[in-house]
Design a protein around this ligand. Structure first.
Ligand SMILES: *Cc1c(COP(=O)(O)O)cnc(C)c1O
Length: 357
């Protein structure tokens, strides 16, 4: 598909790169493409950033038929722009779409749409240490209908927002976060939509953050929906535990979001010779290991944070510190390696992970 590009005649002033926050500023352009039954995806184009108009009866507004993705673009030392494994986001969106009865977007079409938009707004990729351009592709349905059924028309949109370093407030250093083990609310159940990136997974999870905050925690450790026995994810990140010399993480049971950073972490660890187990991980196994010193490190993985070490698990008000709340060696090594590859300050250890625009 050939994309048309319509440039804005009123470019915005660029924000201060040291005060970006997350999602406060949006670039000059967006990508948009329509789907209609019988016609498929059509009219992919870059247009000036602006409002989308929806009928109040649009299906998405009522029944949440939508999916999204999240990835980042970084300025490399040569002044060019790096994407990290965008094919993985394309593949995941295909799986999310299948679950939500939304027509698939081919991998190549998705990746070329991302590249085209980022190229047009390349001056918006910030270069201050730790900053990046966050890329948000999403699909909604503008179809007017009150009936609960899959829509026959959709729009695919990509927007871009320059974002601050995740650790902006902490001298850009990694630090151990405090995590609340959530027992009352669940994020996703097997058979549901946990593996898909769709809006409903996040609206239902917000209530648990209040519990976490009440106990002075930043994030929630989700347990499985059925037995509240197995650890699943940390907030909107995947969870890893280094017990003795083995790294364990929850297998992709159907209620786990298959993170690109999770997959990259597993591949790197295996390459470095670590034993990695993807399996059901019992909460009691993790807490006991924390108590008897066998839990050496724990961390969360995701595009936003890359690697976020876990300093404390709070279960029923009792605190279980991990590695004396310090950042572990392996967490730091993973962060340095992944972030170094993404920003092009290190040779990529894996072939094909970095796509340069
Ligand atoms: C997006 C997301 C992740 C992390 O995925 P990445 O591809 O590594 O960014 C993990 N868990 C949830 C619930 C997510 O939405």
């Amino acid at each position: 598909m050939e994309f048309t590009i319509t440039r804005t005649s009123t470019p915005k002033a660029k924000p201060d790169e040291t005060k970006l926050g997350f999602g406060k500023y949006y670039t000059d352009h967006m990508f948009i493409m329509e789907y209609d039954e019988g016609q498929g995806w059509h009219d992919g184009r870059v247009v000036p950033y602006g409002d989308i108009s929806l009928d109040p009866a649009a299906v998405t507004l009522h029944y949440g038929q939508m999916t999204f993705e999240g990835l980042k673009a970084y300025k490399n030392p040569q002044g060019r722009i790096n994407l990290f494994r965008p094919d993985m986001n394309a593949k995941r969106m295909i799986n999310s779409n299948k679950r939500l009865c939304i027509p698939e977007i081919e991998e190549e079409l998705f990746v070329s749409a991302v590249k085209t938009l980022v190229e047009v707004d390349k001056d918006w990729v910030p270069s201050v240490q730790g900053t990046s351009l966050y890329i948000r592709p999403f699909i909604i349905s503008p179809e007017v209908s009150m009936a609960v059924h899959p829509a026959s028309s959709y729009i695919f949109v990509i927007i871009l927002t320059p974002v601050a370093a995740y650790y902006e407030g902490n001298d850009k250093e990694l630090h151990g976060s405090r995590i609340w083990v959530e027992e009352e609310f669940i994020r996703a159940a097997v058979g549901g939509t946990g593996f898909a990136k769709c809006g409903g997974n996040y609206s239902c999870a917000m209530i648990a953050s209040a519990n976490a905050k009440k106990y002075g925690c930043e994030e929630v450790l989700w347990l499985d929906a059925k037995e509240h026995k197995y650890v699943e994810e940390v907030g909107t990140s995947n969870a890893f535990f280094l017990i003795d010399d083995t790294v364990v993480t929850s297998s992709l049971t159907g209620s786990i979001l298959p993170g690109v950073t999770r997959d990259s972490t597993i591949q790197l660890l295996k390459k470095w010779g670590y034993k990695v187990e993807e399996r059901l991980v019992e909460l009691t196994e993790v807490l006991e290991a924390a108590e008897n010193g066998r839990l050496k490190e724990a961390w969360a993985t995701g595009t936003a944070c890359v690697i976020s070490p876990i300093g404390v698990l709070n279960f029923r008000g009792k605190e279980h510190p991990i590695n004396n709340e310090k950042v572990g060696e392996l967490s730091q090594k993973l962060y340095d390696t992944l972030y170094g590859m993404q920003t092009g300050t290190r040779e990529p250890e894996m072939e094909g992970w970095i796509v340069t625009i």
